[in-house]
Design a protein around this ligand. Structure first.
Ligand code: ZN
Length: 501
């Protein structure tokens, strides 16, 4: 095994080597039952509560294909511009592992349901077309929990537990063709692809695509070729990368590491690697140099799968508006530039703004709140925008309160403080914190008179016709009322009070 070499700084690595990336994405489908049995497929049940003789592989049990899973997979294939097989079969992939109760996995091998498509992703102002090799369907495995060791791995553990709830959940694998020619952008392209794929799957409604819960997980392949060389390098496969940011970091790290190995005259080992979230590095896993023999053969307990042309066309007609079309439509409706739109996507604000607009806010106001104040709060607390404890409907309510004059911008920010602190709805916070704008003349006049008394020099200027000086008095009124005064009304009252007699 060749693990020699030190990391090469990224720019230097890219100046000498051309990366080729590839992505294999596993998607747990959001069907109500499992792939080949009627056990519930929901996340979060007690261990081994969602199982039956079929997904436990008990003798004599027989699988039956879940029609909805096939439907979802065809939809994914169509949305990815793939050809849909008119006839294909499931295969048995034979291997022994404790979290696989049957000792084989039903998968698709040389006859995938969907092949040869593409997905366009936007990086900066350029578009990269990612070729899709195949989309196939299989069943997920169970989950092992190793107890007692320091690392959570099997080595050093006192004992292991197995949860078969996930065994048999329909799992789609989307495999890209190798993507060469992205140069220094390779890590960003990898991330943009997974982001676009996630948005697409979410729009199709086929999965909840939660990377943190493992319903979307990604294996990232990276290889390096010396610049000018026609031969691609040996690739490594970094397994189960579970956030968008990690996808980018994993590719970047592998480029720096492999460049170091090659610079030192070493050889990149073909292997699976694990991404380490804390350090941003990858560590070696299983070597793939000796290919495993899974002894694939057509699954004898299942009939071949032959979706009719009519069914496929019916599914094509039922596809929802896809993210790329939706973005183009929203951009036009909202009158935004490409740059604005990119900023909104990068901030993860597109859906939030769309929902806020749907809840009644104007697009400009919705965008300002999410990209301004709320993005700042999200950064401060180090969370994704969507993870802030405020809903689009609540933001729309704040926008409405500002539009009606009940809040000014400053008060609106305080209302959001309250909502984010868990004090309830915007109206609750306004009531509890007494944040409504004071536009009642009686209350305002007291503050106006106090401001005039405290700034007699300014008041004299206004009296003598220099009405622009009234601004300073409005400022004093605002301070007096803790920022709650209706500034426009206060201005009117000041001018009335100081009108030349
Ligand atoms: Zn079952």
């Amino acid at each position: 095994m060749t693990e020699s070499g030190t990391l090469v700084p990224y720019d230097e690595a890219i100046s000498r080597y051309e990366p080729v990336i590839g992505l294999e994405t596993h998607v747990e489908l959001g069907t109500t039952t499992k792939m080949f049995c009627g056990s519930p497929a929901a996340f979060g049940a007690d261990p081994n509560a969602s199982v039956c003789p079929v997904c436990l592989g008990l003798p004599g049990s027989l699988p039956v294909i879940n029609r909805t899973a096939i439907e979802y997979t065809i939809k994914i294939g169509l949305a990815l511009n793939c050809s849909i097989a008119s006839w294909c079969r499931f295969a048995r992939k034979n291997y022994f592992y404790p979290d696989m109760p049957k000792n084989f996995q039903i998968s698709q091998y040389d006859e995938p349901l969907c092949t040869d498509g593409w997905l366009d992703v936007t990086v900066g102002d350029s578009q990269v077309r990612i070729g899709i090799e195949r989309v196939h369907l299989e069943e997920d495995t169970g989950k092992s929990l190793h107890v007692g060791g320091a690392t959570g791995r099997i080595h050093g553990a006192d004992y292991s537990l197995v949860d078969y709830n996930r065994a048999g959940i329909p799992l789609v694998e989307v495999v890209t063709k190798p993507v060469p020619g992205t140069g220094a952008l390779a890590p960003v392209v990898a991330r943009a692809y997974v982001t676009e794929l996630r948005d697409l799957l979410r729009a199709l409604g086929v999965s909840d695509v939660r990377m943190e819960e493992g319903s979307l997980r990604c294996d990232v392949n990276t290889s390096l070729a010396r610049r000018g060389s026609a031969t691609w390098g040996t690739r490594t496969e970094t397994k189960n990368v579970n956030s968008l940011r990690s996808v980018e970091r994993a590719v970047r790290f592998e480029i720096e590491r492999q460049a170091g190995v090659l610079d030192a005259g070493g050889r990149v080992v073909q292997e699976t690697r694990h991404f380490q979230e804390e350090s941003g590095t990858t560590t070696p896993g299983r070597s793939k140099e000796e290919a495993q023999d899974y002894r694939y053969f057509p699954e004898p307990d299942l009939v071949p799968l032959a979706p009719s042309r009519e069914w496929v066309e019916e599914l094509r007609a039922s596809l929802p508006e896809l993210p790329v079309a939706r973005r183009a439509r929203l951009q036009k409706e909202w009158g935004l530039s490409d740059l604005d739109m990119t900023a909104m996507r990068n901030a993860g604000a597109l859906d939030l703004v769309a929902e806020t607009v749907a809840a009644g806010a104007g697009p400009a106001e919705a965008r300002n709140w999410w990209l301004g104040e709320l993005s700042r709060r999200a950064n401060e607390s180090g969370v994704e925008l969507a993870a802030l404890p405020v809903t689009p409907a609540q933001v729309a309510r704040v926008v409405a309160l500002v539009a009606s004059g009940e809040l000014n911008d400053r008060l609106a920010r305080q209302v959001l403080d309250g909502v984010l602190a868990g004090e309830g709805s915007p109206d609750d916070v306004v009531a509890a914190r007494g944040l409504a704008v004071v536009s009642d003349d009686a209350a305002l006049l007291a503050a106006v008179d106090q401001a005039i008394a405290a700034h007699a020099d300014v008041a004299d200027k206004v009296r003598s016709g220099k009405t622009a000086a009234a601004g300073a008095l409005v400022g004093a009124v605002m301070r007096e009322t803790g920022g709650r005064a209706d500034a426009a009304r206060a201005h009117e009252l000041i001018l009335q009070r100081l009108a030349p007699s």
